[in-house]
Write a protein that binds this ligand. Structure first.
Ligand code: FES
Length: 156
């Protein structure tokens, strides 16, 4: 990230803090609005937020790590969720997730090289009787297998 981009983010952080205040209770709305504008909360901006709110950067990072809807790295245009819990795992969800990572050449953040898909491995989303299932953005696909999952995702 170059200095111009850092300055844009720094100015926005100060705008957010002047709107929400610098108390700890303002941290979550500041992070949410920052992410809404920039898509994710990069490490440098986490430090800027911590400095501006007079809290430790570890605290900012721990909040981002705790909430699954806050992201530290760029996200794909589509979010794919595959359950990792015992019933889905028994029915092959891990193999499906591996096939998705391989097919779409995902990086360590589980986002495809073309920025189209981010894969999230989640806890049970309550569809155990139809496992393994997959949620793509708002759409649910039940009793998938490797081939059907890849076919769905190639169409995104
Ligand atoms: S264990 Fe996967 S949906 Fe419940």
């Amino acid at each position: 990230m170059n200095e111009i981009e850092k300055n844009i983010r720094r100015e926005f952080i100060h705008e957010l803090i002047s709107t929400h205040g610098a108390e700890r209770t303002s941290l979550l709305p500041v992070l949410q609005e920052f992410q809404k504008k920039f898509g994710y909360i990069d490490g440098h901006s986490q430090q800027e937020i911590a400095f501006a709110m007079n809290i430790h950067p570890v605290e900012v990072n721990s909040i981002i790590s705790f909430y699954s809807f806050l992201y530290e790295s760029p996200r794909g245009r589509n979010t794919v969720r595959i359950c990792r819990n015992i019933v889905c795992d028994f029915h092959g969800s891990n193999e499906i997730a591996d096939a998705v990572r391989k097919e779409f050449k995902m990086n360590s953040g589980n986002t495809s090289g073309d920025g189209n898909i981010t894969l999230e491995i989640t806890n049970c989303f309550g569809l155990c009787d139809k496992s393994p299932s997959m949620i793509v953005n708002e759409n649910v696909y039940e009793k998938i297998d490797k081939d059907s999952a890849l076919k769905i995702l190639r169409g995104l």
